[in-house]
Each structure stands twice: as C-alpha cells, then as structure tokens.
Design a protein. Structure first.
Length: 370
C-alpha cells in the first residue's frame, strides 16, 4: 500500500495514525483498505480469467495512489473523464490514460496536446467538430493521437446514433494523419450490456469490412460488470464504482454491505426528539444524489434508520422506533448512495485497516472538472 501523499500538516492528523477511526474529526471520509483491495483483486481476477483488459475509471476515488494500486493489480491503463483528472494522474506517473469525453475549445486542446506528449493517451469523440479540433491540435506531433468513436448504445448520453454513423466517423478520423482510429467505446445503460455489445459488434464488423481495424472495443459500468466476460466483442472494461462500492450497488445486488469500502463518518449533534437524530453530515458530505433510492445513505449500525432529509450541513435521521441510541456525541458510519460524488467533496480520505487509521490520502483530482 502506498505511503501517504498528504503532509500530516497538523498534530490532530499526525496523532491519528495507529489510532481508532473513532478519533477522526467529522464529517470525514473513511476508506477500509482491506475491502478496497478485495474489491480490486476480485474484479481483476474476473477480467484476467475472461481475457478482458480492465481499465478502471478513477473518477470514483480521484487518488493517484489508488490508481497505482489498480495498475499493480493488473489493469491495462486508467480511464479519466476530464483533462484535469488525467493531468493529475500523469503527474503521478500513470502512463496509459483514456479520456472518455469530447474535448473542445482552445484551452483544453492545448492541454491535451501537452498531455499526449507525456503519456499514452486515447480520447473519445462522437462528432466531426471534436475530431477536427483534435486533428488540428495534434498536427505535427511526433505520433498520432489514438481515438475511439463513442457510441450511444442506448444510454442516451453522448455517442453516434448507429453503427453506420460509427463507421462514418471512423473514416473521418482515419483520414487525418494526426489521428489514429483505434476502435469503439460505449457507456451502456445499466442492465443493457448485452444489447450494447451487439450494437458494437455490428459497428466493428462495418469498420473492419471497410479496412479499418478496431483493436479496442471498450464498454463499462459496475452494475453489469459480472457479465462483462460474456460480451464477446468487448476487449476492455471500464469500471469505477467497484473500487469502493456504495448503497446504489447494494440496492442493485451487485455487492453486499461488507463490500462497501467508503463510509462517511458523522457525529450525532442533536437528538431533538425520541425518534430523530441530527448528524453533522448534510448534502456537502453525503451529496444529494438519490440514484432512485429513498433516503441519503445506509447506516449499518442502525439498519432500520433512514436519512430522510439533508440540508447543507445537517443530516436528518429517522430512527424509526423510539431509540435510546445513538446519543449526542456518538459517531456513526454511513454508506453513501453514490461514492464517486462523495470523493469529489473531500480534500482527504482516512485509510483504515481493522478499524485503525493507517494512512491519510489526498484526493488530488477532486474538483478537477475542467
Ligand atoms: C464513460 C464512463 N465509463 C465508465 C464509467 C464507470 O462506471 P461505474 O462507476 O458504474 O463503474 C463511467 C461512470 O460514470 C463513465 O461515465
């Protein structure tokens, strides 16, 4: 496990190492490293067994040391959503990066060119404007920039709308000397991985029949990751949330409570009524993401309780029965609905093993949304 990247800049933090996580001031994000390592090992083994390249999406943790852990476990490279995230990862020595976002505008394109000079970079595109911008930016570079065509296989976000349109864009990419068409990418709708793979198989066949090899067919998503090995055409899989897991994945039966590595530690600051507790974790700690669920997180130590409302700094907990615990001052751990957005809210995470703080890691790519 990597050494802390965060200067232990005050005595409170320095004194925490080796101590129980209960001593961490709240609200705070606590990460159980044993659970993280088990999550990484399990899905890496699955990908290895099925001949799939695993390309973890680092938006879940935004921490270079964790990306390095995934690479050491056997990942083929990493996936970032933003140039800012990729810059942080490249600075830390991560050398194979896929950015799954249409990059537009002179400021970002200039950064992209610099990034391409210091790591093996692949970028996705779903339209001609983006492709033309990438081609102009990379003109005269030592080597062409690798491009995947992003395909909308049903999620209704970005992506070309048909296999024929994928071929059309692939041809345009291949026509630019500064670019190299490498294949196809999709982020399928959860539960629709099979249909997405069939879509991609058709697009790949069209490209190959046209003389455009498609060595990379990249799909992803934690909800469907345990079926990734049966998708045939797919060569690499991008999973992000599997690293921590969260309440949304428990609800989808993709993981168990024990597989959730990230919790938000909060303190009960008030017990205004017998059935209500107020905690110091509101929307700025738990986020207001519901992801179709009721309530804003799961409290394993109070499984019947519901975090039914949030204001910015307060969480409202319905304890369901008249309850004599938790008391004011007690700390509770919450599995958030959506771990990835929680990561973006904190400067540091407290890494624990067996309930003791072993490291404090800076969330270096938090807020790098440009
Ligand atoms: C393009 C892309 N690939 C992969 C992922 C990873 O998805 P998950 O966190 O479900 O594994 C995401 C998540 O937002 C994504 O947008």
């Amino acid at each position: 496990m990597p050494i802390s990247s965060l200067p232990l800049d005050d005595d409170t933090n320095r004194n925490l190492i080796g101590q129980s996580f209960e001593g961490i001031d709240t609200p705070a994000v606590v990460v159980d490293l044993d659970v993280v390592e088990a999550n990484v090992r399990r899905f890496q083994a699955y990908c290895d067994d099925h001949g799939l390249g695993l390309r973890p999406h680092i938006k879940t943790h935004k921490i270079p040391e964790f990306a390095a852990l995934q690479m050491t476990a056997g990942a083929v490279g990493i996936n970032c959503q933003k140039i800012g995230e990729a810059e942080v990862m490249a600075d830390a020595g991560l050398s194979d990066i896929l950015i799954t976002f249409n990059i537009l505008g002179p400021a970002k394109l200039a950064r992209l060119r610099r990034l391409a000079e210091r790591c093996a970079l692949t970028v996705t595109a779903d339209n001609e404007t983006v492709v033309a911008g990438l081609a102009a930016t990379m003109a005269g570079a030592g080597q062409p920039l690798d491009i995947l065509v992003e395909c909308d296989t049903g999620a209704g976000r970005c992506g070309v709308q048909s296999p024929e349109a994928a071929l059309d864009l692939a041809r345009r990419i291949a026509a630019f000397p500064a670019l190299r068409f490498r294949g196809l990418m999709t982020y399928p709708k959860a539960g629709a991985a099979r249909a997405a793979a069939d879509w991609l198989a058709k697009a790949k066949a069209l490209c190959e029949a046209d003389g455009l090899p498609c060595p990379v067919v990249s799909s992803g998503g934690t909800p469907d990751m345990w079926g990734a090995g049966d998708l045939g055409t797919v060569t690499e899989y991008r999973a992000g949330t599997y690293f921590y897991n969260d309440r949304s994945l428990i609800a989808r039966k993709v993981c168990a409570v024990a597989d959730c590595a990230l919790t938000v530690l909060a303190t009960v600051v008030s017990r205004p009524t017998a059935g209500r507790a107020i905690i110091d974790a509101g929307s700025k700690a738990l986020t207001s993401d519901l992801l179709g669920l009721e309530g804003y997180g799961f409290i394993p130590s109070l499984p019947k309780a519901s975090i039914y409302a949030l204001s910015e700094e307060h969480g409202f907990v319905d304890l369901r029965d008249d309850a004599d615990r938790p008391a004011v001052g007690d700390k509770i751990r919450i599995i958030p609905n959506h771990a990835c957005v929680v990561s973006n809210l904190v400067e540091r995470v407290y890494a624990i093993r067996d309930g003791k703080v072993v490291d404090i890691l800076r969330v270096q790519a938090r807020g790098r949304s440009q």
